[in-house]
Write a protein that binds this ligand. Structure first.
Ligand code: GLY
Ligand code: MN
Ligand code: MN
Length: 449
Protein backbone atom coordinates (compact mmCIF):
# COMPACT_ATOMS: atom_id res chain seq x y z
CA UNK A 1 0.00 0.00 0.00
CA UNK A 2 1.75 3.11 -1.23
CA UNK A 3 1.58 6.00 -3.66
CA UNK A 4 2.83 4.74 -7.03
CA UNK A 5 5.47 6.43 -9.15
CA UNK A 6 2.76 6.94 -11.78
CA UNK A 7 0.59 8.80 -9.27
CA UNK A 8 3.42 11.17 -8.34
CA UNK A 9 3.93 11.82 -12.08
CA UNK A 10 0.19 12.52 -12.53
CA UNK A 11 0.26 15.00 -9.65
CA UNK A 12 3.16 16.92 -11.22
CA UNK A 13 1.49 16.83 -14.60
CA UNK A 14 -1.77 18.20 -13.28
CA UNK A 15 0.05 20.94 -11.43
CA UNK A 16 2.06 21.89 -14.53
CA UNK A 17 -1.15 22.03 -16.58
CA UNK A 18 -2.61 24.57 -14.15
CA UNK A 19 0.36 26.97 -14.51
CA UNK A 20 1.13 29.71 -17.03
CA UNK A 21 3.06 28.40 -20.06
CA UNK A 22 6.04 30.74 -19.63
CA UNK A 23 6.72 30.18 -15.97
CA UNK A 24 8.56 28.08 -13.47
CA UNK A 25 7.51 26.61 -10.12
CA UNK A 26 9.81 26.08 -7.17
CA UNK A 27 8.95 23.66 -4.34
CA UNK A 28 11.60 23.36 -1.60
CA UNK A 29 12.08 20.40 0.73
CA UNK A 30 11.80 20.90 4.51
CA UNK A 31 14.88 22.03 6.42
CA UNK A 32 16.31 20.03 9.28
CA UNK A 33 15.35 21.67 12.59
CA UNK A 34 17.72 21.97 15.50
CA UNK A 35 16.40 20.56 18.78
CA UNK A 36 19.32 21.41 21.04
CA UNK A 37 22.95 22.29 20.37
CA UNK A 38 23.92 19.73 17.69
CA UNK A 39 20.87 17.48 17.94
CA UNK A 40 18.07 17.67 15.41
CA UNK A 41 14.38 16.83 15.55
CA UNK A 42 13.49 13.73 13.53
CA UNK A 43 13.31 14.94 9.93
CA UNK A 44 9.81 15.35 8.53
CA UNK A 45 9.58 16.16 4.83
CA UNK A 46 7.54 19.16 3.66
CA UNK A 47 4.08 17.97 2.63
CA UNK A 48 3.97 19.96 -0.65
CA UNK A 49 7.38 18.66 -1.70
CA UNK A 50 6.61 15.08 -0.67
CA UNK A 51 3.24 15.19 -2.45
CA UNK A 52 5.02 15.93 -5.71
CA UNK A 53 8.12 13.76 -5.35
CA UNK A 54 7.89 11.08 -2.65
CA UNK A 55 11.51 12.10 -1.98
CA UNK A 56 12.41 12.14 1.70
CA UNK A 57 15.76 13.95 1.90
CA UNK A 58 16.43 17.48 3.18
CA UNK A 59 18.42 20.05 1.15
CA UNK A 60 16.38 19.35 -1.94
CA UNK A 61 14.21 21.35 -4.29
CA UNK A 62 11.80 20.52 -7.08
CA UNK A 63 11.64 22.83 -10.10
CA UNK A 64 8.79 22.46 -12.58
CA UNK A 65 9.11 24.09 -15.99
CA UNK A 66 5.83 24.11 -17.93
CA UNK A 67 5.79 24.89 -21.60
CA UNK A 68 8.23 22.49 -23.17
CA UNK A 69 6.35 19.40 -24.40
CA UNK A 70 4.83 17.96 -21.18
CA UNK A 71 6.95 20.24 -19.06
CA UNK A 72 10.22 19.53 -17.38
CA UNK A 73 10.65 18.24 -13.86
CA UNK A 74 14.00 18.90 -12.22
CA UNK A 75 15.31 17.98 -8.81
CA UNK A 76 18.16 19.53 -6.88
CA UNK A 77 19.47 17.32 -4.06
CA UNK A 78 22.53 16.34 -2.04
CA UNK A 79 25.38 14.58 -3.78
CA UNK A 80 26.62 11.20 -2.64
CA UNK A 81 29.32 11.51 0.05
CA UNK A 82 30.87 8.35 1.49
CA UNK A 83 32.09 10.04 4.69
CA UNK A 84 28.75 11.74 5.48
CA UNK A 85 26.78 8.65 4.52
CA UNK A 86 28.85 6.60 6.97
CA UNK A 87 27.68 8.88 9.82
CA UNK A 88 24.16 9.86 8.78
CA UNK A 89 22.96 7.15 6.42
CA UNK A 90 22.60 6.76 2.68
CA UNK A 91 21.71 9.49 0.19
CA UNK A 92 20.29 8.77 -3.23
CA UNK A 93 22.34 11.38 -5.07
CA UNK A 94 21.10 13.17 -8.20
CA UNK A 95 21.37 10.34 -10.73
CA UNK A 96 19.53 7.74 -8.69
CA UNK A 97 17.04 10.30 -7.31
CA UNK A 98 15.88 11.33 -10.79
CA UNK A 99 15.30 7.70 -11.71
CA UNK A 100 13.73 6.84 -8.34
CA UNK A 101 11.23 9.72 -8.53
CA UNK A 102 10.59 9.50 -12.28
CA UNK A 103 11.89 13.03 -12.89
CA UNK A 104 13.44 14.42 -16.08
CA UNK A 105 16.75 15.35 -14.50
CA UNK A 106 18.51 16.02 -11.19
CA UNK A 107 21.46 18.19 -10.16
CA UNK A 108 23.56 18.68 -7.03
CA UNK A 109 21.95 21.25 -4.70
CA UNK A 110 25.35 22.98 -4.57
CA UNK A 111 24.91 23.91 -8.26
CA UNK A 112 21.70 25.85 -7.64
CA UNK A 113 23.36 29.27 -8.03
CA UNK A 114 24.79 28.23 -11.39
CA UNK A 115 21.63 26.70 -12.84
CA UNK A 116 18.51 28.34 -11.39
CA UNK A 117 19.16 31.99 -12.43
CA UNK A 118 19.46 30.86 -16.05
CA UNK A 119 16.15 29.02 -15.81
CA UNK A 120 14.44 32.10 -14.36
CA UNK A 121 15.50 34.46 -17.12
CA UNK A 122 12.82 35.33 -19.63
CA UNK A 123 9.94 33.81 -17.62
CA UNK A 124 6.81 35.81 -16.92
CA UNK A 125 6.07 34.19 -13.55
CA UNK A 126 7.73 32.22 -10.79
CA UNK A 127 5.32 30.20 -8.69
CA UNK A 128 6.81 30.11 -5.25
CA UNK A 129 5.39 30.51 -1.77
CA UNK A 130 7.24 33.29 0.04
CA UNK A 131 7.58 33.39 3.82
CA UNK A 132 8.13 29.74 4.68
CA UNK A 133 11.83 29.42 3.87
CA UNK A 134 13.37 32.85 4.60
CA UNK A 135 16.89 31.92 3.44
CA UNK A 136 15.60 30.71 0.11
CA UNK A 137 13.33 33.79 -0.17
CA UNK A 138 16.43 35.99 0.06
CA UNK A 139 18.34 33.87 -2.40
CA UNK A 140 15.57 34.01 -4.98
CA UNK A 141 15.15 37.75 -4.51
CA UNK A 142 18.89 38.05 -5.14
CA UNK A 143 18.54 36.13 -8.42
CA UNK A 144 15.66 38.37 -9.49
CA UNK A 145 17.56 41.54 -8.63
CA UNK A 146 20.52 40.31 -10.65
CA UNK A 147 18.21 39.81 -13.65
CA UNK A 148 16.78 43.33 -13.20
CA UNK A 149 20.22 44.87 -12.90
CA UNK A 150 21.91 42.94 -15.69
CA UNK A 151 23.07 45.08 -18.64
CA UNK A 152 20.13 45.29 -21.01
CA UNK A 153 17.94 44.01 -18.16
CA UNK A 154 14.90 45.82 -16.81
CA UNK A 155 14.80 48.45 -19.51
CA UNK A 156 15.23 46.08 -22.43
CA UNK A 157 12.11 44.49 -23.93
CA UNK A 158 11.65 41.00 -22.51
CA UNK A 159 14.46 41.43 -20.00
CA UNK A 160 12.16 41.92 -17.01
CA UNK A 161 12.54 39.77 -13.92
CA UNK A 162 9.64 37.34 -13.59
CA UNK A 163 6.79 38.20 -11.26
CA UNK A 164 6.64 36.08 -8.11
CA UNK A 165 3.22 34.54 -7.44
CA UNK A 166 2.10 32.03 -4.83
CA UNK A 167 2.01 28.37 -5.83
CA UNK A 168 -0.36 27.54 -2.97
CA UNK A 169 -3.74 28.02 -4.71
CA UNK A 170 -2.71 25.67 -7.54
CA UNK A 171 -1.03 22.98 -5.48
CA UNK A 172 -3.38 23.04 -2.53
CA UNK A 173 -6.44 22.67 -4.69
CA UNK A 174 -4.93 19.43 -5.99
CA UNK A 175 -4.05 18.21 -2.51
CA UNK A 176 -7.61 18.84 -1.29
CA UNK A 177 -8.96 16.03 -3.49
CA UNK A 178 -7.66 12.65 -2.39
CA UNK A 179 -7.12 9.75 -4.78
CA UNK A 180 -8.21 6.19 -4.00
CA UNK A 181 -4.62 5.37 -2.98
CA UNK A 182 -4.52 8.34 -0.60
CA UNK A 183 -7.83 7.37 0.98
CA UNK A 184 -6.52 3.84 1.51
CA UNK A 185 -3.49 5.23 3.35
CA UNK A 186 -5.68 7.56 5.41
CA UNK A 187 -8.01 4.68 6.26
CA UNK A 188 -5.02 2.70 7.50
CA UNK A 189 -3.76 5.68 9.52
CA UNK A 190 -7.20 6.02 11.14
CA UNK A 191 -7.42 2.29 11.80
CA UNK A 192 -4.03 2.28 13.56
CA UNK A 193 -5.04 5.30 15.63
CA UNK A 194 -8.39 3.75 16.51
CA UNK A 195 -6.53 0.71 17.83
CA UNK A 196 -4.39 3.06 19.95
CA UNK A 197 -7.53 4.64 21.43
CA UNK A 198 -8.95 1.22 22.21
CA UNK A 199 -5.74 0.26 23.97
CA UNK A 200 -5.79 3.50 25.99
CA UNK A 201 -9.38 2.84 27.08
CA UNK A 202 -8.51 -0.67 28.18
CA UNK A 203 -5.40 0.33 30.08
CA UNK A 204 -6.67 3.48 31.74
CA UNK A 205 -6.66 3.41 35.56
CA UNK A 206 -7.17 6.11 38.23
CA UNK A 207 -3.77 7.35 39.43
CA UNK A 208 -2.02 6.89 36.09
CA UNK A 209 -0.37 9.98 34.67
CA UNK A 210 -1.72 11.45 31.45
CA UNK A 211 1.63 10.89 29.73
CA UNK A 212 1.48 7.21 30.64
CA UNK A 213 -1.79 6.93 28.77
CA UNK A 214 -0.12 8.82 25.91
CA UNK A 215 2.62 6.17 25.96
CA UNK A 216 0.00 3.46 25.39
CA UNK A 217 -1.11 5.22 22.21
CA UNK A 218 2.40 5.84 20.91
CA UNK A 219 3.34 2.24 21.62
CA UNK A 220 0.33 1.05 19.68
CA UNK A 221 1.04 3.39 16.73
CA UNK A 222 4.67 2.32 16.41
CA UNK A 223 3.93 -1.40 16.66
CA UNK A 224 1.47 -1.01 13.80
CA UNK A 225 4.04 0.70 11.57
CA UNK A 226 3.28 4.36 12.29
CA UNK A 227 6.25 5.61 14.25
CA UNK A 228 5.23 9.24 14.67
CA UNK A 229 2.03 10.92 15.81
CA UNK A 230 0.63 13.42 13.29
CA UNK A 231 0.62 16.15 16.02
CA UNK A 232 1.40 16.29 19.74
CA UNK A 233 -1.10 14.08 21.55
CA UNK A 234 -3.58 15.73 23.90
CA UNK A 235 -4.36 13.65 26.99
CA UNK A 236 -6.38 15.78 29.39
CA UNK A 237 -8.01 14.43 32.55
CA UNK A 238 -10.87 16.36 34.20
CA UNK A 239 -10.68 20.08 33.61
CA UNK A 240 -7.50 19.73 31.53
CA UNK A 241 -9.89 18.71 28.75
CA UNK A 242 -11.05 22.33 28.68
CA UNK A 243 -7.67 23.53 27.39
CA UNK A 244 -8.02 23.11 23.63
CA UNK A 245 -4.33 22.60 22.93
CA UNK A 246 -3.38 20.88 26.20
CA UNK A 247 -0.17 18.94 25.60
CA UNK A 248 1.51 19.08 29.01
CA UNK A 249 -0.05 15.66 29.76
CA UNK A 250 1.61 15.60 33.17
CA UNK A 251 -1.26 15.32 35.66
CA UNK A 252 -2.53 12.24 37.46
CA UNK A 253 -5.89 10.88 36.27
CA UNK A 254 -8.57 11.01 38.94
CA UNK A 255 -11.26 8.50 39.77
CA UNK A 256 -14.60 10.01 38.73
CA UNK A 257 -13.13 12.30 36.07
CA UNK A 258 -13.34 11.98 32.33
CA UNK A 259 -10.21 11.93 30.19
CA UNK A 260 -10.11 13.45 26.71
CA UNK A 261 -7.59 11.96 24.29
CA UNK A 262 -7.00 13.73 20.97
CA UNK A 263 -4.31 11.69 19.23
CA UNK A 264 -3.63 10.29 15.79
CA UNK A 265 -0.71 8.70 14.01
CA UNK A 266 0.92 9.70 10.76
CA UNK A 267 1.13 6.78 8.36
CA UNK A 268 3.29 7.02 5.23
CA UNK A 269 2.88 10.78 5.15
CA UNK A 270 -0.86 10.89 5.97
CA UNK A 271 -2.42 12.11 9.20
CA UNK A 272 -5.23 10.78 11.29
CA UNK A 273 -6.88 12.84 14.01
CA UNK A 274 -9.18 11.12 16.52
CA UNK A 275 -10.65 12.31 19.81
CA UNK A 276 -12.38 10.14 22.35
CA UNK A 277 -13.54 11.12 25.83
CA UNK A 278 -14.16 8.39 28.40
CA UNK A 279 -14.38 7.89 32.17
CA UNK A 280 -11.07 7.24 33.94
CA UNK A 281 -12.75 4.51 36.01
CA UNK A 282 -14.73 3.02 33.12
CA UNK A 283 -18.23 4.24 34.15
CA UNK A 284 -19.84 7.53 33.10
CA UNK A 285 -21.58 9.48 35.89
CA UNK A 286 -25.10 10.85 35.29
CA UNK A 287 -24.01 14.42 34.40
CA UNK A 288 -21.12 13.16 32.24
CA UNK A 289 -23.52 10.86 30.43
CA UNK A 290 -26.00 13.68 29.79
CA UNK A 291 -23.39 15.95 28.22
CA UNK A 292 -21.75 13.09 26.31
CA UNK A 293 -25.01 12.09 24.63
CA UNK A 294 -25.46 15.64 23.33
CA UNK A 295 -21.96 15.75 21.84
CA UNK A 296 -22.43 12.33 20.25
CA UNK A 297 -25.82 13.26 18.76
CA UNK A 298 -24.30 16.49 17.45
CA UNK A 299 -21.42 14.61 15.83
CA UNK A 300 -23.75 12.12 14.15
CA UNK A 301 -25.93 14.97 12.87
CA UNK A 302 -22.84 16.68 11.42
CA UNK A 303 -21.60 13.49 9.71
CA UNK A 304 -25.05 13.11 8.20
CA UNK A 305 -24.60 16.46 6.45
CA UNK A 306 -21.37 15.41 4.74
CA UNK A 307 -22.76 14.84 1.28
CA UNK A 308 -21.81 15.82 -2.26
CA UNK A 309 -23.48 19.15 -3.01
CA UNK A 310 -23.83 20.30 0.59
CA UNK A 311 -21.53 23.12 1.60
CA UNK A 312 -18.74 23.19 4.17
CA UNK A 313 -20.88 25.06 6.71
CA UNK A 314 -23.81 22.62 6.81
CA UNK A 315 -22.17 19.99 9.05
CA UNK A 316 -21.12 22.76 11.44
CA UNK A 317 -24.61 24.26 11.57
CA UNK A 318 -26.10 20.82 12.21
CA UNK A 319 -23.70 20.30 15.12
CA UNK A 320 -24.53 23.71 16.58
CA UNK A 321 -28.26 23.09 16.44
CA UNK A 322 -28.05 19.77 18.30
CA UNK A 323 -25.73 21.22 20.93
CA UNK A 324 -27.93 24.26 21.54
CA UNK A 325 -31.06 22.10 21.87
CA UNK A 326 -29.22 19.75 24.24
CA UNK A 327 -27.84 22.55 26.40
CA UNK A 328 -31.30 24.11 26.58
CA UNK A 329 -32.77 20.78 27.70
CA UNK A 330 -30.13 20.55 30.43
CA UNK A 331 -30.89 24.14 31.49
CA UNK A 332 -27.40 25.40 30.62
CA UNK A 333 -28.76 27.77 27.98
CA UNK A 334 -32.03 29.65 28.20
CA UNK A 335 -33.95 31.33 25.43
CA UNK A 336 -35.11 30.83 21.91
CA UNK A 337 -33.19 28.22 19.85
CA UNK A 338 -32.63 30.47 16.84
CA UNK A 339 -31.81 33.46 18.99
CA UNK A 340 -29.15 31.46 20.83
CA UNK A 341 -27.68 30.33 17.51
CA UNK A 342 -27.81 33.79 15.91
CA UNK A 343 -26.25 35.53 18.89
CA UNK A 344 -23.51 32.92 19.24
CA UNK A 345 -24.37 32.50 22.94
CA UNK A 346 -23.56 28.79 22.63
CA UNK A 347 -19.88 29.65 22.03
CA UNK A 348 -19.48 29.83 25.80
CA UNK A 349 -19.64 26.01 25.63
CA UNK A 350 -18.73 25.19 21.99
CA UNK A 351 -16.07 27.61 20.83
CA UNK A 352 -14.61 25.98 17.74
CA UNK A 353 -15.87 24.86 14.37
CA UNK A 354 -16.89 21.30 13.67
CA UNK A 355 -13.81 20.26 11.74
CA UNK A 356 -11.10 20.85 9.17
CA UNK A 357 -9.64 19.25 6.07
CA UNK A 358 -7.41 16.29 6.81
CA UNK A 359 -4.62 14.86 4.66
CA UNK A 360 -0.84 14.99 4.69
CA UNK A 361 -1.14 17.81 7.23
CA UNK A 362 -3.46 17.38 10.17
CA UNK A 363 -5.05 20.74 9.40
CA UNK A 364 -4.77 20.10 5.72
CA UNK A 365 -4.58 22.60 2.89
CA UNK A 366 -7.48 23.79 0.75
CA UNK A 367 -9.80 26.78 0.92
CA UNK A 368 -12.99 26.56 2.94
CA UNK A 369 -14.58 29.37 0.94
CA UNK A 370 -14.51 30.05 -2.77
CA UNK A 371 -15.26 33.62 -3.88
CA UNK A 372 -16.59 34.35 -0.41
CA UNK A 373 -19.04 31.42 -0.38
CA UNK A 374 -18.70 28.23 1.68
CA UNK A 375 -17.18 25.55 -0.50
CA UNK A 376 -19.35 22.80 -1.95
CA UNK A 377 -18.43 19.34 -0.69
CA UNK A 378 -17.19 16.99 -3.39
CA UNK A 379 -16.10 13.36 -3.58
CA UNK A 380 -12.46 12.90 -2.57
CA UNK A 381 -12.51 15.50 0.21
CA UNK A 382 -11.48 14.23 3.65
CA UNK A 383 -12.20 16.03 6.88
CA UNK A 384 -12.62 15.71 10.61
CA UNK A 385 -15.92 16.00 12.49
CA UNK A 386 -15.25 17.04 16.07
CA UNK A 387 -17.89 18.91 18.03
CA UNK A 388 -17.38 19.41 21.74
CA UNK A 389 -18.91 20.87 24.88
CA UNK A 390 -16.61 22.49 27.41
CA UNK A 391 -18.04 23.73 30.70
CA UNK A 392 -15.69 25.96 32.65
CA UNK A 393 -14.91 24.78 36.17
CA UNK A 394 -15.64 28.30 37.51
CA UNK A 395 -18.86 28.89 35.57
CA UNK A 396 -21.21 29.88 38.38
CA UNK A 397 -24.07 30.09 35.87
CA UNK A 398 -24.11 26.32 35.51
CA UNK A 399 -25.26 23.69 38.05
CA UNK A 400 -22.21 22.49 39.94
CA UNK A 401 -22.53 18.89 38.78
CA UNK A 402 -21.72 19.95 35.20
CA UNK A 403 -18.75 22.20 35.96
CA UNK A 404 -15.35 21.14 34.69
CA UNK A 405 -16.73 18.68 32.13
CA UNK A 406 -15.02 18.79 28.73
CA UNK A 407 -16.06 16.39 25.98
CA UNK A 408 -15.07 16.18 22.32
CA UNK A 409 -15.66 13.34 19.87
CA UNK A 410 -13.65 13.45 16.66
CA UNK A 411 -13.71 11.16 13.63
CA UNK A 412 -12.03 11.22 10.23
CA UNK A 413 -14.40 11.15 7.30
CA UNK A 414 -13.79 10.65 3.58
CA UNK A 415 -16.55 11.80 1.27
CA UNK A 416 -17.16 9.22 -1.45
CA UNK A 417 -19.65 9.67 -4.24
CA UNK A 418 -22.09 7.48 -2.25
CA UNK A 419 -21.69 9.42 0.98
CA UNK A 420 -19.47 9.78 4.03
CA UNK A 421 -17.08 6.98 5.00
CA UNK A 422 -16.00 7.18 8.66
CA UNK A 423 -12.37 6.07 8.53
CA UNK A 424 -11.98 5.99 12.31
CA UNK A 425 -15.09 3.93 13.06
CA UNK A 426 -13.07 1.27 14.91
CA UNK A 427 -12.66 3.60 17.89
CA UNK A 428 -15.74 3.05 20.10
CA UNK A 429 -17.83 6.13 20.78
CA UNK A 430 -21.20 5.10 22.19
CA UNK A 431 -21.38 5.01 25.97
CA UNK A 432 -22.34 1.31 25.86
CA UNK A 433 -19.39 0.39 23.62
CA UNK A 434 -16.88 2.39 25.66
CA UNK A 435 -18.07 0.96 28.99
CA UNK A 436 -18.07 -2.55 27.54
CA UNK A 437 -14.53 -2.22 26.21
CA UNK A 438 -13.29 -0.77 29.49
CA UNK A 439 -14.87 -3.62 31.48
CA UNK A 440 -13.19 -6.05 29.11
CA UNK A 441 -9.93 -4.19 29.82
CA UNK A 442 -10.48 -4.76 33.55
CA UNK A 443 -10.93 -8.49 33.00
CA UNK A 444 -7.75 -8.71 30.91
CA UNK A 445 -5.85 -6.75 33.52
CA UNK A 446 -7.15 -9.01 36.33
CA UNK A 447 -6.24 -12.14 34.38
CA UNK A 448 -2.68 -10.80 34.07
CA UNK A 449 -2.32 -10.27 37.83
N1 GLY B 1 -5.76 17.60 16.94
C1 GLY B 1 -5.99 18.86 16.42
C2 GLY B 1 -7.37 19.02 16.01
O1 GLY B 1 -8.22 18.26 16.43
O2 GLY B 1 -7.70 19.87 15.23
MN1 MN C 1 -7.84 16.30 17.02
MN1 MN D 1 -8.98 17.86 14.41
Amino acid sequence: MNISKAEYARRRQRLIESLDGNSLAIVPAAREQLRSRDTYFPFRQDSDFFYLTGFDEPESMLVLVPGRAQGETLLFCRERDAEKEMWDGPRLGPERAAEHCGLCDAFPIGDLDDILPGLLEGRDFIYYTMGRFPQLDRRLQGYLQAIEQAPGGASAAGGRAPEMVSLDPHLHDLRLFKSAAEIRLMARAAEISAEGHRRAMQRCRPGMYEYQLEAELLHSFALAGAREPAYPSIVGGGRNALVMHYIANNAALKNGDLVLIDAGCEYRGYASDITRTFPVNGRFSGPQRAVYEIVLASQLAAIDKIAVGNDWDQPHLASVEVIVRGLKDLGLLQGDLHGLIESGAYRRFYMHRVGHWLGMDVHDVGDYKVYGQWRQLEAGMTMTVEPGIYIAAEDAGVPEKFRGIGIRIEDDVALNKDGPQVLSAAAPKTIADIEYLMREGDLVQEALL
